[in-house]
Design a protein around this ligand. Sequence first.
Ligand code: IMP
Ligand code: MG
Length: 185
Amino acid sequence: MSKIHKDLQCVVLSEEQLAQKVKETAEWLDNKFSNTDAPPLAIGVLKGSVFFFCDVVRAMKTPVQLDFMTVSSYGNASESSGKLKIITDLSSSVAGRDVILIEDIVDSGNTLLQLRDLFLGRGARSFTAVTLFDKPARRTVPIRADFSCQEIGDEFIVGFGLDFAQKYRNLPYVGILKREIYEKK
Ligand code: IMP
Ligand code: MG
């Protein structure tokens, strides 16, 4: 790989490793939904999961329908504030559908828990969550994704969709942001 971004401490997943994680996730989902009678609805949470979402659904053999939501719990800080705010809702109904939530990262678990309750409350017949990253040490609510690609410790990571204050999203790899970048403000 060429030189990494100056604000990063190290790379967590390279482009090649990300491609492998995408493949494993798509295979896991294909396996889970191989006998389904109706196409599941794959939901991407913007903006962080956009690249992972696009890569995973394209690698899947199962026919899926796509929808997106924009939610926020963070503002520009690196700590979660708890209550989920829906900025843009889905354009389709989840009632009676198998919902697949494709997430970038599960941190406190607040987003995942509240989205699961929201979709099941709207009548989804099943809820499956896959995530690229999982920070189990930071969990404040009892929930986990059904499939997680990579566990990480209490570090702030950026790239491949993940941001800090809207920066670094289009890096093609994921790396740990240097502490001085997010602790200086
Ligand atoms: P949770 O609701 O606390 O689980 O947080 C979920 C959201 O926080 C993720 O979808 C991300 O947008 C954001 N987040 C948590 N940790 C990180 C990180 O290390 N880098 C970038 N965004 C993060
Ligand atoms: Mg997110």
